[in-house]
Design a protein around this ligand. Sequence first.
Ligand SMILES: C[S@@+](CC[C@H](N)C(=O)[O-])C[C@H]1O[C@@H](n2cnc3c(N)ncnc32)[C@H](O)[C@@H]1O
Length: 289
Amino acid sequence: MGITLSKFRKDKKGAEFDATSQYLYTLTGKAKVYDREHENIALRHNIVREIFNSNFLSPIHSELKAGGLKVLDVGCGFGTWLFEMSSDFPNSSYIGVDLTPQLFTATRPKNVDFLTANVTERLPFNDDSFDFVFIRNMAYDIQESQWKFLIQECTRVLKTGGYIEITEAELRALNCGPLLQKLSKKFFEYITSTKVNLLITEKMEEILISTNKFQDIAHYHRPFALGCWPSHLREAYRSYSNDVFRSVIKFSDVKEKDYDNTIKDLINEANKYRTYFNMHKYFSQKIEA
Ligand SMILES: C[S@@+](CC[C@H](N)C(=O)[O-])C[C@H]1O[C@@H](n2cnc3c(N)ncnc32)[C@H](O)[C@@H]1O
C-alpha cells in the first residue's frame, strides 16, 4: 500500500477537490488516468514537498495561516503548488502566472487566480504587490541571461518584508553510471544549445544579492533520487525516473522499440550507483535598500 501524498480536501463550500491538481496521486506511482505530463508534474511536486517536508521553507507559516497574504507563483503550470497552498492556508490569496493558459484548470479554489504572462518580460503587477513570491522548476525554461531580470522583477513586485523562495534542480546527475552518461549526452547538448545554464543553481545566491534587496539568503539542498533505490519514496521515484529516462533517450540513438528495455537498464544502473540530482531551495526576506 503506497502512502497517499495528496489528499482530497474540501473547499469552503464543502465540495471535494484534490489540492494537488485536483487529481489523486499516491506513492505507488499509480495516478488516476490523465496525461503523462500532468502526472509527472504532480508527482514531482509531491516528491519535492516530501523531501523538504513542506511546500515552502520561508518562515511565514503563521502569517499565511492568519490570512490576508498575497502569494505569487511564477511559472505556475497547472497550479499544483497553488492549489495545495490555497487549501492549507485558505485565508490568503494566490495568483499563478504562466505563458501557457491551456494549462489553467477551469475549476479552481476561490482564492486562486491565473494570469497569462511571459515572465521573462516585465511582470504585470505593481511594485510591492505580494507578500510571498514563489518560483519552482523553471531551470529548463529560463535562459541564463534571463534569470537576473526575472529575479529583479520578482523582487520589484515583492513587498518589503516579504519573502522570495526559489526551488530549482541542479541539472546534472551525480553518481551517474556509464549508460546514463552515454545516453544523456545528446539531451544535455540540446539543453545547453537552448542557452539554459544546467547549473544555474550555483549562481542563484549571487543573482539574489545583485538586486541589493536581499542580505541573508537561506540555501538548502536535498537529494532527489533517480531509479528506485531504497527509500520510502522509491515507487514515486521509479515512476518519475521512468519519464525522465524516456525523455532523455529520445535524444539518443536508441530505437523506439528498445525504449522500455533501455529504461529498465537505466533504472537498474541508477539503483546500483545510487544516482541522484540535487534539488535546491533558496529563500530570503526583502529589505529596504
Ligand atoms: C516545469 S514547469 C513547472 C511548473 C510549476 N512551477 C511546478 O513546479 O510544478 C515550467 C512552467 O514554466 C512555464 N514557463 C516557461 N517559460 C515561461 C515564461 N517565459 N513565462 C511564463 N511561464 C513560463 C511553462 O509553461 C511551465 O508551465
